[in-house]
Design a protein around this ligand. Structure first.
Ligand SMILES: [Zn+2]
Ligand SMILES: [Zn+2]
Length: 646
């Protein structure tokens, strides 16, 4: 008998040689129907692998990340089979599961795959799937494996790097592939499959190697899941921040200025400014003080901070001056500058905490292949702040920062988020700097703050940085995609390196603890995520222009101007479209430009001193005729729905 421990801690006595599927059946038939993958003692195995020792078993279904991975990886075997049948003589290389689906890198030789082939391949994959072939692992000797793949230099290379005795093939139908394992029980549960795209990919990611064709696909246990997924993809394309950023005239990239260096157009700059003012106002209330630091610093500053040793070689290279040996670096982080601000004078424990905030622009040299719109850039502005406090103040400071982050998320319509607390790996205490006592204090402060604030959080052991534990927020956007936003990080390292101190109640000098935090992360990335989350329909308080006045003809220009003045008195941001165009055209364009309110003015309105209000996206509702005062009340009500008091 062996002892099989399940995730809930229960232990099952099973006969030696049972399979994960047997264990699932012993729990319930329903579970057994849904189990598609398993892991034993942390290693992915087949649902048919026999268990011979005691261990911890996790059973996965489609709803688990690991389950999806097995499902997609298994489908890549089936796709490889279909590709070999339809394109005889091609060479298969590697076909892993990825976050959304899978790919297979193939050397098509003199053959070529085009969009026109996709349907044929998909049909064949589903045909094979319906035949319900089991996936079976088989051990092969190195010599045999090399013989089988003697005409495939890619597999030969992979096999050459493997130890004899560890090599396995996976069989299904009349197809086999070199594989480590991790499959679903049989092909029958693959009910829907789509080839998403093909792209070039170098063998082993090295551009000196031959270029292969990467065939991307995805599969599902239900047709409906595929339909939903494809709709989501279409919606994501419509919401792509690069596309919306252009349409809404927010930002621009110029090859002359340089890749990854966004230029903010007037409307984008106004949007950024509004976000900055919003956060500055809340930060002021939370006791932050605004500071400003330069975009460059002496190389020595970053040698002291440790950034130069860590990132120097892969980043922008030092700036030289006419002075012999003088070197500056573009600022990769604001923290060293803020440490020097702290060091500008001596502090007593009574002065702490000090909270220095700065919208600080930093520069990091991302590889050109990694650049992507506003989400991966080479110059960006962090909504940065550093809190210097005593270890006893950590608890309260953490709670304050969480309050601020939740206020930011709430005001911007991010309602769905989770938090991750990253703590030490207790088995590797040497990895971390700072005293055990302080680490305990900090970890407990984070966990108790997360608990107190009712966050939905998980604790990840071993995920902390060497210099301190942290709390990360993962936000789900309107399309269900996860983004990491808002980090709060404790740091024992920089106070040490910059020899920061304060005088304690005991009259002795102590090291303060430093907290790095940025609710947005960076303005660039945050605006990109906000654009994709809202499709450009930002909360009204954030809109650069909240209303557009559409005059029925040029005759009403003076009245339109009067309305604009009145709106300004009510602090409503608006503009006039006084072009000699039809009202229908003006409305269509205003809708496209996402103005939340369209205010139509003509003879009737001028006579009665009113405006005719039309809300974006509510064409069926008809316009309502109101006075400016009534409209101001209306817009304020809308604003208060999202923008809460801090
Ligand atoms: Zn496999
Ligand atoms: Zn920092």
């Amino acid at each position: 008998m062996i002892k099989v421990t399940l995730p809930d801690g229960s232990v099952k006595e099973m006969t030696q040689g049972v399979t994960p599927m047997d264990v699932a059946k012993s729990i319930s038939e329903g579970l057994a129907r849904n189990v598609i993958s398993a892991s034993y003692n942390g290693t992915t195995i087949e649902t048919t692998t026999t268990l011979t020792t005691d261990g911890t078993l996790i059973l996965y279904t489609w709803n688990d990340k690991e389950g999806k991975k097995a499902f997609w990886h298994s489908t890549s075997h089936v796709m490889a089979q279909a590709l070999e049948e339809l394109f005889p003589g091609i060479k298969l290389t590697l076909g892993p599961a990825i976050d959304n689906g899978f790919y297979y890198d193939v050397d098509f030789g003199d053959k070529k795959i085009t969009d026109a082939d996709f349907k044929k391949i998909e049909d064949r994959v589903l045909e094979i799937s319906r035949e319900k072939h089991e996936f079976k692992m088989r051990s092969v000797s190195k010599a045999e494996a090399l013989e089988v793949y003697k005409d495939n230099e890619y597999k030969t290379e992979l096999i050459s790097n493997l130890e004899d005795g560890t090599i396995t093939f996976c069989d299904h139908s009349n197809f086999f592939d070199l594989c480590r394992g991790g499959h679903i029980p049989n092909t029958g549960i693959i009910k829907a499959m789509k080839i998403l795209s093909v792209a070039g990919a170098y063998w082993r990611g090295d551009e000196k190697n031959k270029q292969l064709t990467r065939v991307y696909g995805i599969s599902f246990p239900k047709q409906k899941d595929l339909t939903d997924y494809l709709e989501l993809l279409e919606e994501a394309k419509r919401r792509d921040h690069r596309k919306l950023g252009k349409e809404l005239e927010l930002f621009h990239f110029s090859q002359k200025v340089g890749q990854g260096l966004p230029l903010w157009l007037p409307k984008g700059a106004a949007l950024r400014d509004r976000l900055e003012q919003f956060l500055k106002k809340a930060q002021k209330k939370a006791g932050y003080e605004q500071v400003v630091t330069p975009h460059i610093g002496m190389k020595d500053l970053y040698v002291t901070s440790g950034h130069y040793a860590k990132y120097g070689a892969d980043s922008f290279q030092p700036i030289h001056t006419p002075a012999e040996g003088e070197e500056f670096l573009l600022k990769p982080m604001n923290c060293p500058h803020h440490c020097e601000i702290y060091n500008a004078r001596p502090w007593s424990y009574k002065d702490l905490p000090k909270r220095y905030a700065e919208f600080g622009t930093v520069y990091r040299y991302e590889q050109s292949g990694e650049l992507h719109g506003l989400t991966r850039v080479r110059g960006f502005t962090q909504d940065d702040a550093h809190i210097f406090c005593t270890p006893d103040q950590l608890d309260a400071e953490f709670k304050n920062v969480i309050d601020l982050v939740l206020y930011v998320f709430g005001s911007l319509g991010f309602e769905n988020f989770t938090a991750q607390v990253s703590v030490r790996d207790l088995d590797n205490p040497d990895k971390y700097i700072g005293s055990v006592e302080n680490w305990e204090k900090a970890e407990n402060a984070i966990i108790s703050a997360a608990k107190d604030k009712g966050l939905n959080y998980v604790i990840e052991a071993g995920e902390a940085a060497f210099y301190g534990p942290k709390l990360d927020f993962m936000v789900k956007d309107a399309l269900g995609r996860s983004w990491q936003l808002g980090t709060i990080q404790v740091d024992y390292n920089l106070p040490e390196r910059f020899e920061l101190s304060y005088k304690g109640a005991d009259d002795k000098l102590h090291r303060p603890v430093m907290i790095h935090r940025a609710p947005f992360g960076s303005m660039e990335r945050f605006i990109a995520i906000l654009l994709e989350h809202t499709a450009g329909n930002f909360p009204i308080w954030l809109m650069p222009e909240q209303a557009i006045i559409l005059s029925l003809s040029e005759k009403y220009e003076n009245y339109a101007k009067k309305v604009l003045d009145l709106l300004e008195n009510h602090e409503i941001r608006a503009l006039i479209d006084n072009r000699n165009e039809t009202i229908g055209k003006k409305i269509r364009e205003a809708e496209m430009n996402k103005y939340p309110f369209m205010l139509i003015v003509g003879e009737e309105e001028e006579k009665n001193g009113t405006i005719s209000v039309r809300q974006r996206g509510q064409e069926g509702k008809g316009n309502i005729s109101v006075t400016i005062e009534q409209f101001a009340a209306m817009i304020n009500e809308e604003i208060n729905k999202t923008l809460k008091q801090f």
